[in-house]
Design a binder for this molecule. Structure first.
Ligand SMILES: CC(C)(COP(=O)(O)OP(=O)(O)OC[C@H]1O[C@@H](n2cnc3c(N)ncnc32)[C@H](O)[C@@H]1OP(=O)(O)O)[C@@H](O)C(=O)NCCC(=O)NCCSC(=O)/C=C/CCCCCCCCCCCCC(=O)O
Length: 715
């Protein structure tokens, strides 16, 4: 799994051979041990270059090995041997040097990289830390603050950025291995003393204790309960305060606490799930590997409200030509101004040149006549969308894909308004559309495989995590959100305050609880949806609607003009309209007391366990219904939707993974308990798939797809 050849007379070239990313599997590690030993002992070899096969240096430790029994030689002694070699060793970095891959490069005496290569220590995003010396060598090489930034965020650098930081010695746009071999020839005989990073002092900020205290506070705040970032800070602190050998010991101890943790399992599940969802399939049998996307260069966006503007920006940033249509002249001018601002800010942040010139604005719908794909982003009004799809079907080219950004309306119904229903799919973006990573691609029963493949591919080009889902009210994300939000309101009726509910969810790891989120997005959004569903009865307090329990609290607040942050009051009070600082509102407290009294509800103490169980298990239960109906192909699809679109803490793996960790039998038992107490809440009735999984012995989440597909009796 590693090969040694001699090139240019005296350079030992070691190639890692483990496609696709040359991960450091047991066989590769053994290969490195063997080839390094041979190269070092061969008198004809004067210097060594390490590279990876097929244009990729090394994607790091083999993550697949982490789940099982680890065997083979460990990395730390291998890297120490490389660093201690008395012949110069040069890393030739192409493609990626990530995690253990970069740690391997740091053990080498010199590093030469392709300018576009990606370098980084992303272990934190897998719930780990760079435990093959990364936390000890990187701070010694580039200083504590820069190393902390890379290790606690896991962000990738380009080769050019790595040069600026001093991680690499040379960047090349030519053949990297050839450049490294040439370099290796030129340094034979030079002293290696200053090239062994472990022997260097660690450049530290002046008041080191105060510095680390500040860093720890910041990291804990943004970690939302994740433990790996905290351990990363502790490991770097060891580099700053201890000799190398003791620092390495501390690194190993900290790694041991992370390695078997539930958070590491959840984050590694997320890594693989992100890749699983790109390999989509639908119940009709169409699949990612048999459906070829149609090439798309020019896209029309219709409706330039908040969503349309974000979508336009995201398309332009992905290098596509955009025809942006808004029929209201004034709204068009405002949108043009806003889009330019968003592009300017993004270009500045990314350090790239502006990309606005490929956007053409128009007030005429006919402007999209020659595009290959249209994304409709007008108001959530079925009549308006029906009319638009009819028009588009006539004026666009016969093979133009017509996509809707609707967040809940029936894609199949929209398709039925067109001449070619097979060319219609949903592309449900999340606000702000140029920032949020999630895209739900919604296929209807008539959507052609090519239409789904094209929307998935376009999402990928836009840097999104695209998840293909079936058509139902709310699709996957918003459908599951309904029971979650409803449970929160029921808990407030029963005695909780918005603060109690939000605190429990935020301690669980959500960046925002349900009520703060509702205040941010606007209470009127849900009000409109409930009105459209015929649930709102103005001025009425009845708590049973359409035959099931209903909480009119949100409607009553909207009737008072309390729409959340934008009006300065909602579930919380704000200093002024638009302010973000949520304060408990004494008015709301009295309002709730009066409401409960009028409803004959006796307020009771509600603890965070009940909040979590009722909100999360209701959401998870709907997830099982969605899986059972085939709306999502597997639990990974649901989990990625929730992690990338709804702020579900990544270190918990997503709702379905979380359920698997809690134990399916436990989730079932608690749902049964709550359903007995609240028989008028249908979403607490356990899903039959959940029951089926429990009676199949609660298999590992990776096996759920098999059980879902198994024929079963509905009895
Ligand atoms: C950027 C990439 C490298 C490439 O991206 P792209 O080209 O888009 O390709 P992908 O689709 O992402 O990937 C292609 C396929 O390759 C698979 N893949 C990728 N990387 C890995 C990997 N590292 N391991 C395994 N497989 C990998 C991927 O799944 C795809 O497969 P498929 O086609 O879908 O089947 C990109 O892939 C990427 O970013 N990769 C991950 C990079 C990364 O995160 N690297 C860090 C890995 S962790 C690490 O390196 C840690 C090092 C520290 C030392 C570890 C020591 C461990 C043992 C210590 C034990 C101590 C505990 C003691 C406990 C006790 O005492 O009990």
């Amino acid at each position: 799994m590693a090969a040694l050849t001699r090139v240019s007379g005296s350079v030992g070239l070691i190639s890692l051979l483990n496609p696709p990313v040359n991960a450091l599997s047991a066989a590769v590690r053994q290969g490195i041990v063997d080839t390094v030993r041979r190269a070092v002992s061969d008198p004809q070899v004067k210097s060594v270059v390490i590279c990876g096969q097929n244009g990729v240096f090394c994607g790091g430790a083999d993550i697949k090995e982490f789940g099982g029994h680890m065997s083979g030689p460990p990395l730390v002694p291998i890297f120490n041997t490389i660093e201690a070699a008395d012949k110069p060793v040069v890393a030739a970095i192409e493609g990626s040097a990530l995690g253990g891959g970069l740690e391997l490069a740091l053990a080498c005496h010199y590093r030469i990289t392709q300018s576009k290569a990606r370098l980084g220590l992303p272990e934190v995003s897998l719930g780990l830390l760079p435990a093959a010396g990364g936390t000890q060598r990187l701070p010694r090489l580039i200083g504590v603050p820069a190393a902390l930034d890379l290790i606690t965020t896991g962000r990738h650098l380009t080769g050019a950025e790595a040069l600026k930081l001093g991680i690499v010695d040379q960047v090349t746009d030519q053949n990297t291995v050839e450049a490294a071999v040439k370099f290796a020839l030129s340094i034979v005989g030079q002293s290696l003393e200053s090239r062994r990073i472990s022997t260097l002092p660690c450049p530290c900020p002046a008041d080191i204790d105060a510095f680390f205290e500040g860093v720890m506070q910041r990291v804990k705040k943004s970690a939302h309960g994740a433990i790996a970032p905290v351990a990363c800070v502790q490991a770097v602190q060891a580099a700053a305060t201890l000799p190398f050998t003791q620092g390495m010991q501390r690194e190993q101890e900290l790694m041991a606490t992370l390695f078997g943790s539930g958070q590491a399992r959840a984050l590694q599940y997320c890594f693989f799930s992100q890749r699983v969802v790109s390999k989509w399939s639908s119940p009709s049998g169409s699949r990612w590997d048999t459906s070829k996307p149609k090439p798309v260069t020019k896209v029309g966006v219709i409706g330039l409200g908040t969503m349309g503007r974000g979508i336009t920006v995201a398309l332009a940033l992905a290098g596509l030509s955009v025809v942006a249509v808004e029929t209201q002249q004034q709204q068009m001018m405002a949108a043009q101004h806003a889009v330019s601002g968003m592009l300017e800010r993004t270009a500045r942040r990314r350090g790239v040149s502006l990309v606005g010139d490929q956007i053409r604005y128009s007030v005429e719908l006919e402007a999209v006549a020659d595009v290959e794909l249209v994304i409709e982003a007008v108001f959530e009004d079925m009549a308006l969308k029906e009319k638009l799809f009819k028009q588009l079907s006539t004026l666009c080219k016969a093979d133009t894909l017509l996509c809707s950004n609707t967040s809940s309306l029936d894609i199949d119904h929209l398709a039925s308004q067109t001449h070619s229903p097979q060319l219609v799919v949903g592309m449900h973006f999340f606000a702000p559309a140029h920032v949020m990573k999630l895209l739900e691609v919604v296929y209807g029963p008539r959507s052609a495989p090519q239409a789904v493949a094209t929307a998935m591919e376009l999402g990928k080009r836009m840097g999104k995590v695209s998840v293909a889902v079936g058509n139902c009210s709310g699709f996957v994300g918003n459908r599951m959100l309904m029971p979650y939000v409803e449970e929160a309101s029921f808990l407030v009726e029963e005695g909780a305050s918005p603060e109690i509910v939000d605190r429990a969810l935020e301690e669980f790891g959500f960046p925002m609880g349900v009520f703060r989120m509702s205040d941010l997005s606007g209470l009127d959004v849900g009000w409109k949806v409930r009105k459209a569903r015929g649930l709102v009865e103005p001025g009425q307090m009845s708590r049973v609607r359409q035959g099931r329990r209903y909480s009119p609290l949100g409607d009553l607040l909207c009737e008072q003009g309390r729409f959340g942050q934008k009006t300065g009051r909602g579930w919380y009070l704000y200093d002024s309209a638009g302010s973000r600082e949520a304060q408990p509102d004494p008015w709301l407290q009295s309002f709730l007391e009066e409401y409960r009294a009028r409803q004959g509800l006796v307020s009771r103490r509600i603890d965070s366990q009940e909040v979590l169980e009722r909100c999360l298990y209701a959401l998870i239960n709907e997830g099982f219904n969605i899986l059972q109906e085939g709306i999502a192909a597997g639990p990974e699809d649901i989990d990625m939707i929730y992690v990338f679109g709804y702020g579900f803490p990544r270190h918990r793996g997503g709702p379905m993974f979380y359920a698997s960790q809690v134990g399916l039998a436990q989730v079932l038992q608690r749902l049964e308990h709550y359903q007995q107490l609240h028989p008028d809440i249908p979403h607490l009735r356990p899903s039959s798939l959940l029951r089926r999984l429990v009676s199949s012995g609660s298999p590992r989440i990776q096996r759920w797809r098999e059980i879902i597909r198994m024929p079963h009796s509905s009895l």
